[in-house]
Design a protein around this ligand. Structure first.
Ligand code: G3P
Ligand code: CA
Length: 332
């Protein structure tokens, strides 16, 4: 399933079917499964008692009601950290659509056209619970859907005295996924963590080096401009199986004639047998110069020839790939 030779690009449901339901909820994962995602993403952080939780942020306030439920538990910086809450406390939280402080200071939906931000229907899943859900759906639907786990801020966790890499590997071992090489990717922005997984921790699963922009301030010593260079990709190929670049590191905008400008990153990666899985395809947040979701897919799949796509809209992505495989007029 993870090979790139001759197959369709993988549909990777980014935080689940997060275009339709609050990110990383079990509901979003179930919908992604039914939409035919090949892989479903889990971002992972730890609770105070060391339990791997499926959460994008090390903070809780942008996607849960933690500030209302546990007032006074923020740190001096005003933020509520998942690692300060036990699993029992995490279970009391309600997850909502991602919000951020707007101009007036009130919390506003980051994606206004998505699921209502006021909802209190959902909880925070553990990694083990999500695996149980996906295994159950694989069985009842007769298919096989992969995990695509990102270790979030592993260096920050270590400074807090917690080893998120080991905690995640423990869950994979307990659920039998440590041996399912075709059904798990591990991804991280921190190159040192990936080297540690491959070396000290002897992980045989495919590893993906995520590529950020240096200006984002990821908690890593990695220099992403260097990692994207031919020499950097040579180095990545020694410990990882692929790269996860930001879309704008592949699509560079339009030239004077209106043609999409494509970087050489995919070609350079493929020359080193590295998979390329860019993030993130969003119908409601298209890159500059892109008029539609299909146009973005035409560029990434048709022109750049990527191997997989992190998408908030797995149904639209799957539909595009089906149409591409069987163009109009050839379908029965
Ligand atoms: O893991 C690929 C992509 O999800 C990286 O960005 O911030 O959505 O985790 P983020
Ligand atoms: Ca991620």
């Amino acid at each position: 399933m993870v090979s790139r030779t001759g197959s369709q690009p993988l549909v990777i449901a980014h935080r689940g079917a997060s275009g339709y339901l609050p990110e990383h909820t079990l509901a979003a994962k179930a919908v992604a499964h039914v939409m035919g995602a090949d892989f479903i993403e889990q971002d992972v952080v730890l609770s105070a008692d060391g339990v791997p939780l499926v959460l994008h942020d090390i903070h809780l306030e942008q996607t849960t009601d933690v500030a209302q439920r546990f007032p006074g538990r923020a740190r001096a910086d005003g933020r509520f950290y998942a690692i300060d809450f036990s699993l029992e406390e995490i279970r009391q939280l309600r997850v909502h659509e991602r919000s951020a402080a707007g101009e007036s200071g009130t919390q506003e939906a980051v994606f206004p056209e998505r699921f209502p931000v006021q909802s209190a229907l959902f909880g925070v899943p553990t990694l083990a619970e999500e695996i149980e859900l996906l295994n159950g759906l694989d069985r009842s639907r007769g298919c096989s859907t992969g995990l695509y786990i990102e270790l979030k801020s592993p260096n920050w966790h270590l400074r807090e005295g917690a080893d998120s890499a080991v905690a995640v590997l423990d869950v994979l071992r307990e659920t039998g996924y440590d041996q399912r090489r075709d059904q798990v990717f591990l991804q991280c922005f921190d190159d040192a963590t990936l080297r540690r997984l491959r070396g000290e921790l002897r992980v045989a699963l495919p590893l993906i080096q995520l590529l950020a922009d240096n200006s984002w301030g990821e908690d890593t010593a990695a220099d992403f401009d260097q990692l994207r260079s031919p020499g950097g990709l040579d180095e990545i190929a020694r410990y990882a199986d692929g790269i996860g670049p930001w879309i704008m590191q592949i699509y560079l905008g339009r030239d004077a004639a209106g043609q999409a400008r494509i970087s050489d990153l995919v070609r350079l990666a493929h020359e080193r047998s590295l998979l390329v899985h860019p993030y993130t395809l969003r119908r409601d947040a298209l890159p500059p110069g892109i008029a539609s979701f299909d146009e973005l897919l035409d560029i990434l799949v048709g022109q750049a020839a990527v191997d997989g796509l992190f998408t908030d809209f797995p149904d639209l992505t799957r539909d595009y790939l089906c149409r591409r495989a069987a163009p109009r007029g050839t379908r029965s």
